[in-house]
Structure formats: structure tokens, C-alpha cells
Design a protein around this ligand. Structure first.
Ligand code: F6P
Length: 517
């Protein structure tokens, strides 16, 4: 792989430095003077409508950011990733999460193996298992049907499944529930199993390496809980044979290390594999999503994968000028490197996305929290910013104060869906409309602020006018989707994966290792 380009040596960087120093942010004035601004800076990617117009940009800035992408070789790196080149240099691995969502009819041969065929072989096995659990054909040791699936994993083997399970609650099969145990604090396993019937509980032990201390400890505690409870209920006679039978019916595993799964006592026939070319934080769309395939069903899981694939194709095929993940990644570079923004808020106006920011924290910060480039040289610019957030409107009553009136520049992504999952009214009032009104009002207030004269015009006493002024020019991106379907959730994840990738390419870092953990 070619050596990374030092972005600070590119002509585009020089241009951006000048543009940043000349920029006099005036979103209010820019919108007033340019009625086409919103349309010109908005783009569509699959079902996502992404409005970049409330960012601190003009045509020259966008053009220079696109040039930066070209000059650091963003498209070449992207193509190398999609083709299976070993772009994860410190681990000498391909980076092929995009292959996890390619249709069965595709083919991608890497090191002599068709990885797409491999992916679908495992998917078929996962779907068959999911169907058997969902239909009740898969039975526990007492012959009872499974009602609760407990995923045991941490980091990438937990955050994705939890986040997506929460996001797609309306799609969960009635009578089935998933729970997620991650922390080695024994409270976690205690609380998640306290009210469960072992006869109707199935554990999925998810660990890429199958060596992670937290996961193996939790899995052992869960195994001990299962056997003890079943013995107490008189369902097991204490013999090794019956214990093994119970484990084979109540424990399955997901891992790249199938030998270690067998050593733990899980029947390899009940293990679902994946590959070292899938990073943990990029793995929710692999067999790591088995709990989701069970809860949501194979058709919805396939829809989820199709959503990722739609954004993968957009990222691969769209010119940088209108390539949404590329533009959003380049914009993040604009703020981090030219405005010294140290953090980035992600604010979903969708309660079902309440774990989205937590999920993104691993994706973005484990990927781009790096200080050396792929060739071992030290970076000379800031790299990964802190990602954080909470759903609106909760965040409005907690930390928006700092985003509106604090001294730090915090770019924020606002995410909303047009059609609510539950169109409940408050009397005659459409509550989803009220909710969305907040989404629009907040991005407007952040962009346009409120001047001292406007504050005075509200009858505010002069002494407190300064405290009530909103400076405005706080950049936001609005991401809107028709509704929160499995496909849209896949699209949102893929969007942020490629934003993260874009930033990593500009900084010349390996976004796919994690030596710091
Ligand atoms: O924190 C390090 C890490 O390796 C993450 O990258 C990963 O998602 C997590 O631990 C869990 O790893 P595993 O799936 O191998 O148990």
C-alpha cells in the first residue's frame, strides 16, 4: 500500500487554511442572500436526505475539501478497502466489512477465496438457526420454547447488537426478548438473569477473539447460573451428560476462533463464524448480529444489510462533490483541524436511537483516536474528535446550553425520521409533529442565533440582555429519513463507518487497529 500523504503538505490544505482565516461566519446573512443555499448543500444517499447547509461552508470551502479528498487519495483508499487490499497495515489485514452486506449474486475473490460466498454460507446458517428459535423448533433441555436470548459480549460484540435491538424494537417478534450482558461487574449478569426462566433462555456468547476476559467470565457465570437453576428445578440430574446436553441447547457462540468456542464446551455445530477482516466495531452486520437475526427475523436482518449496502454503493460510486459520507468526513476534518473542534455531538430525534451515540463512540474513537500514521510517522495535526450525544429532546434540557452559548465550537448532527413508529396524539395535537418542530427549531437557533435587539424586542430587561443573546453560527448537519426501518438503521451505521474512514484517510492513520486498548 502506498505511504500516507501528509495532508498538511497538500495545496488543498493551504487553501483551507486561508479560507478558514478569511471566513466570517454569518449563516443568517448567507441564507438571506442565497435562497438556493439549502438545496445546493443538500444531498441524498439511499433513503437519507442530508442537509449540510447549516455548516460553516461556502462553495469555495466545499471545493477545497473535495480537493483535499482527492489529494490524499480518498477514492483510491476506498477502492483498495472494497477490493480487500490489506489496508489495516499494523495487523496486515484486509478490511472487508463492506463484503458482509453484498448480495449473494456478487463475488469478491481475496487471496483465492470468494468472501461473498463465505459470508452467505454463514448468513444461511444464522438464518436457519434464527428461524428454528423463532418457530419454536429449537427447544431447551426441558423441551420448552426459547423466549429470551441473552447476548454476552463487549465492545463491538455488544454495542452494535444492543443499539440495533433498541432501534428496531417494533420489529421484534412478539414473545421474544433479547438482553445484553457486557460488563464484568457481576451486577450485570445478575440483573439480566434475575427474573429469567433458564428453561426458556438461550445465551449467545459473542466474541471475535474468544479471549476477552469480560465475555468469558460472564459466559462462565451464565453457564453456572443455567446449570444451577435447572438442577434446582429438578430438570437436570447432575450428570455430566445432562449438563453437556443443557449447554448445547442453551449456549451458542459467535467468533472467529471456533477452536476456542469448542474448548469452552459449546458445540461447534452451534457456532457462527466470521473472519479477521471484520473489525469488532464493524461487525454488527456479521454473525455478531445473530441475536438480531433471531429477534427481528431473517427478512428484516436482510433488509438491515441491504441498507448498509445501499450506502456502500453510494460511497463507492458517487463523485466526492455529492458523496455524503465523504463530505461529512471532510467537514469533520474542517472543524477538527481548522476550527480546533474537540468534539462532535450526534443528536437523534428518535427515542429508539437512544444508544446510537454510545455505539458511535466505539466506531469513531477506537478507529480514529490515533497519533501515528500508517507508516509509523507521527501525525502533525489533531486527529479523532470525541463523539457524544443523547436523543433530543432530552439533550435540550441537559447540555444544549453549552452547544448554544458555550465557548467551544461543537459541530452537531441532528437525525430525524418523518413517520413515527407510534403516532400517538395528545388530545388533538400530533406529538410527533411537536417533536419534529424541536428538531427544526434547534438547528435554526444554532445557526441563526438571537441578536441583542431581538432579545430586547421580547421585553427583556437590559441587564440580562447579554446573557440571553445566542451567538449563532453553530454548525449542524440535518439527516432525515422516511422512517426507522431496518434498512434505514443499516444506512445510518454505514454512513458513519464511511465518515470515520474518510477522516482516517485524510489523517493517514490506520482506522482499523486498536493497539491502545
Ligand atoms: O476493546 C478492545 C476490543 O478488542 C474491541 O475492539 C472489541 O470490539 C472488543 O474488545 C471485544 O472483543 P471480542 O469481540 O474479541 O471479545
Amino acid at each position: 500500500m502506498s505511504a500516507p500523504v501528509d495532508p498538511t503538505t497538500t495545496p488543498a490544505w493551504e487553501k483551507l487554511t486561508q479560507l478558514a482565516s478569511d471566513l466570517q461566519p454569518d449563516l443568517r446573512g448567507w441564507f438571506a442572500a442565497d435562497p438556493g443555499r439549502a438545496e445546493r448543500f443538500s444531498h441524498t444517499a439511499a433513503d437519507l436526505y442530508v442537509d449540510l447547509s447549516k455548516n460553516l461552508i461556502d462553495d469555495a470551502v466545499i471545493a477545497a475539501l473535495v480537493e483535499l479528498g482527492e489529494q490524499v487519495g480518498l477514492e483510491e483508499r476506498r477502492d483498495a478497502m472494497y477490493a480487500g487490499e490489506k489496508i489495516n497495515v499494523t495487523e496486515n489485514r484486509s478490511v472487508l466489512h463492506t463484503a458482509l452486506r453484498r448480495p449473494r449474486t456478487d463475488s469478491l475473490v481475496v487471496d483465492g477465496t470468494d468472501v461473498v460466498a463465505q459470508v452467505h454460507e454463514v448468513l444461511d446458517k444464522v438464518y436457519d438457526f434464527a428461524n428454528r428459535v423463532r418457530s419454536g423448533e429449537w427447544k431447551g433441555v426441558t423441551g420448552a420454547q426459547i423466549k429470551t436470548v441473552v447476548n454476552i459480549g463487549i465492545g463491538g460484540s455488544d454495542l452494535g447488537p444492543v443499539m440495533v435491538y433498541e432501534a428496531l424494537k417494533p420489529y421484534v417478534q412478539a414473545g421474544l426478548e433479547c438482553r445484553f450482558v457486557s460488563n464484568i461487574d457481576p451486577t450485570d449478569v445478575f440483573e439480566k438473569t434475575a427474573d429469567l426462566n433458564p428453561a426458556t433462555t438461550l445465551f449467545i456468547v459473542a466474541s471475535k477473539t474468544f479471549t476477552t476476559l469480560e465475555t468469558l467470565t460472564n459466559a462462565r457465570m451464565a453457564r453456572e447460573w443455567l446449570l444451577r437453576k435447572l438442577r434446582d428445578a429438578g430438570s437436570l440430574d447432575g450428570s455430566e451428560r445432562m449438563d453437556a446436553d443443557a449447554i448445547s441447547k442453551h449456549f451458542v457462540a459467535v467468533s472467529t476462533a471456533l477452536d476456542k468456542v469448542a474448548a469452552f464446551g459449546i458445540d461447534p455445530a452451534n457456532a457462527f463464524g466470521f473472519w479477521d477482516w471484520v473489525g469488532g466495531r464493524y461487525s454488527v452486520d456479521s454473525a455478531v448480529g445473530t441475536s438480531l437475526a433471531v429477534a427481528l427475523g431473517p427478512d428484516n436482518f436482510a433488509g438491515f444489510l441491504a441498507g448498509f449496502n445501499a450506502i456502500d454503493r453510494h460511497f463507492a460510486e458517487t463523485p466526492l462533490e455529492s458523496n455524503v459520507p465523504a463530505l461529512m468526513g471532510l467537514l469533520n476534518v474542517w472543524y477538527v483541524n481548522f476550527f480546533k473542534a474537540g468534539s462532535h455531538a450526534v443528536l437523534p430525534y428518535a427515542q429508539y436511537l437512544h444508544r446510537f451515540a454510545a455505539y458511535l463512540q466505539q466506531l469513531t474513537m477506537e478507529s480514529n483516536g490515533k497519533g501515528v500514521r500508517t507508516d509509523g510517522s507521527e501525525v502533525v495535526t489533531e486527529t479523532g474528535e470525541i463523539f457524544w450525544g443523547e436523543p433530543g429532546t432530552n439533550g435540550q434540557h441537559a447540555f444544549y446550553q453549552l452547544i448554544h452559548q458555550g465557548t467551544q465550537l461543537i459541530p452537531a448532527d441532528f437525525i430525524a425520521v418523518a413517520t413515527p413508529a407510534h403516532p400517538i396524539k395528545d388530545g388533538d395535537a400530533d406529538v410527533h409533529e411537536l417533536f419534529l418542530a424541536n428538531f427544526f427549531a434547534q438547528t435554526k437557533a444554532l445557526a441563526f442565533g438571537k441578536t441583542a435587539d431581538e432579545v430586547r424586542a421580547e421585553g427583556t430587561a437590559e441587564a440580562i440582555v447579554p446573557a440571553r443573546v445566542f451567538p449563532g453560527n453553530r454548525p449542524t448537519t440535518s439527516i432525515m429519513a422516511p422512517s426507522l426501518t431496518p434498512s434505514v438503521v443499516g444506512q445510518l451505521i454505514a454512513l458513519y463507518e464511511h465518515i470515520t474512514f474518510t477522516q482516517g484517510v485524510v489523517w493517514g492513520i490506520d482506522s482499523f487497529d486498536q493497539w491502545g486498548v
